[in-house]
Design a protein around this ligand. Sequence first.
Ligand code: ATP
Ligand code: MG
Ligand code: MG
Length: 554
Amino acid sequence: EEKKSLNFIEHIIEEDLRNGFNNEELRFRFPPEPNGYLHIGHASSICLNFGLGLRYKAPVNLRFDDTNPEKEEQEFVDAIKRDVAWLGFEWNHECYASDYFPQLYLWAIEFIKQGKAYVDSQSSEQMAEQKGTPTVPGTDSPYRNRSVEENLELFERMKNGDFEAGTHVLRAKIDMASSNMLMRDPIMYRIMHKYHHRTANNWCIYPMYDWAHGESDYIEQVSHSFCTLEFAMHRELYDWFLDQVRDSDKVRPKQREFARRNLSHTIVSKRKLLKLVQEGHVTAWDDPRMPTISGLRRRGYTPTSIRNFADTIGIAKRENLIDVSLLEYCVREDLNKSAHRVMGVLDPVKVVITNYPEGQEEWLDAENNPEEEVMTYRKVPFSREIYIEREDFREEANRKFFRLKLGGEVRLKNAYIIKAESCVKDEEGNITEIHCTYDEDSRSGSGTEASMRKVKGTLHWVSINHAVESEVRIYDRLFTNEAPDSHKEKDFLEFINPDSLKVVTGYVEPSLKDAKEGETFQFQRLGYFCVDRDSNADNLVFNKTVGLRDTWAK
Ligand code: ATP
Ligand code: MG
Ligand code: MG
C-alpha cells in the first residue's frame, strides 16, 4: 500500500516540504456546513483530509462552517460527528467557525479603520447592477467613500441589531474593475435576525463564506485547505483576506482545489437531499436508498467499504461521474470476508419430502463462512416440509436449467439430494406444493458415497416449521436516470424511480431470530442483507444491501 503513487494533492504537500515547509506545521481540516447529513461525496473529502493526517502524522480538525443560521441545526452537527467517527476517523479538535465571530468582527473593524471596508446601504439589486460583467468593469457604490467614522458607527449599529435584514452590508473595498468578479468589493457581512444553534441571538450580522473560511483556516493554523473546484476563483479573495490579517511569523494557509465527486443514479447535494426528505420521497436522511453516510450505514455498508471506494476513485482534477456499481463492488468485497452465510427464502413455494418421516426433524451442520481462517459452524433444522424459491422449480426445463425440475435432482445446501416427483396446483394453475423424495444416504458431510454424488444444482431452503417470518426490504436505484441533476430542462425529482422499494415477506433460518440491528448476513444465492433499525423481537426486518453480482442493466 505504501507504494501507491501520490495523488496531485500529496504532490503539492511533498513539494512544500522540499521547499522547506516544516512537517510539524502540517495541519488539515474537514469543514462541513451543518445544513444536512454527510453524503458519499463528503466521504471523498473526509478520506482525503484525514488520510493526509495519517500519512503525515499531522492534526486534522473537524470544523463546522456554521455561518448561516438560516439552514444550520444542532441535529446536523450531531449527525456529522457520528458519521465521521463511524467512518473510522478521529479529529484532533472540534471547531466551529461561529467561535471565531468575535475575532472576525475585530478584524472587520480594523479593515474599516484602514479604509479596506465600508458599509453599503443599497439594495442587493442595485449592487448587482453595478457589478459589471467579466469584460465590463463595475461601477462604484455611492457609499464606497463613506468616512471611517460613519462606517464604524453604522457597522456597530448593524451588529447591535438596529437595522432590518437587507438594509446594509459590510463590503471589502478591493477593486470594482478586477477581472475576477469575486474581487469587486465582496460582501463580508450581512444582517440576519436569526437564532443560531450555538451563538443564540448574540449576533445580528453573519460573515460570508469567503470572509469566514480562510480566516478560520488561519486561526486554526491549517496549512493546507482543500476544497472543491467551484472555489478555484475564490482563491484570489481567500489570499487577499489573509494578506490583510496575517502576521508574518504564522503559517499561511494554502487553498487548493480538487474535483467534486458525483455518483451515478443519485445526487450529492445536501440541499437536494433535504428536499427528498422534506417532500417525503424517502422516509428519512438515513433511508437506505439515500446516498448519505447514514443511509449507506443503514443499508449495510461498512466503513471499510466506503473508505476503499474513496481510495479507489482517488482524487481528481476534473469532474466526472463515478458508476455506483463501483461502490457496490466495494461493499460486496468487504462483506464477502465477514458476513455469515445463512439461508432465507424470499418467494417461497412449499416442498414436501414424501419419504421423510412425519414429525421428524434433524439439525444439520452448516458452515458459517468459507472465507474464515478457522471454520465455524451452526445448526440448521431440516424436516419433511421446506420452502424453496419459486423460481428454483420448473415442471419442465432444458438441460441448462440446473435447478429443480420434475424427474430431476438437486442438492439442498447442507442437507440431502432430493428428486421432484410431482406437483400440486390450485384452480388457476399456480403450483402450491412440490412433492419430492430424498436420498437418505446423501446428507452433506456424512462421508457416504451418496453424499459425494455430484448433482448439478444446489438450492437454499428453510424448514417451514422452524423458519422465522420476516420483513425484507429490497431496494432499487432511487433515480432512473444516470445523472438526475444534470438536466437543464428537467428537475431531478422527475427522475425518481417509483419502484425503488419493494417489501416482501421472507422466511429465514431460526439462527437469525435474535439478530441485532446492523448485523449483516449473506443470504445464500440472494445477496447481502442487514438487520434494520425498525427490527424488533416480534418483527424481524432486513434491508437488502446488494446482490451477489452486478446484475443492473446498463
Ligand atoms: P453540498 O452541496 O452537498 O451542501 P458542500 O460542498 O456545500 O456540498 P460542505 O458541507 O461545505 O458541503 O462540504 C464539506 C467539504 O466536503 C467541503 O470541503 C466540500 O468541498 C467537500 N465536498 C462536498 N461535496 C463533495 C463531493 N461531492 N465530492 C467531494 N468533496 C465534496
Ligand atoms: Mg460549503
Ligand atoms: Mg452546500
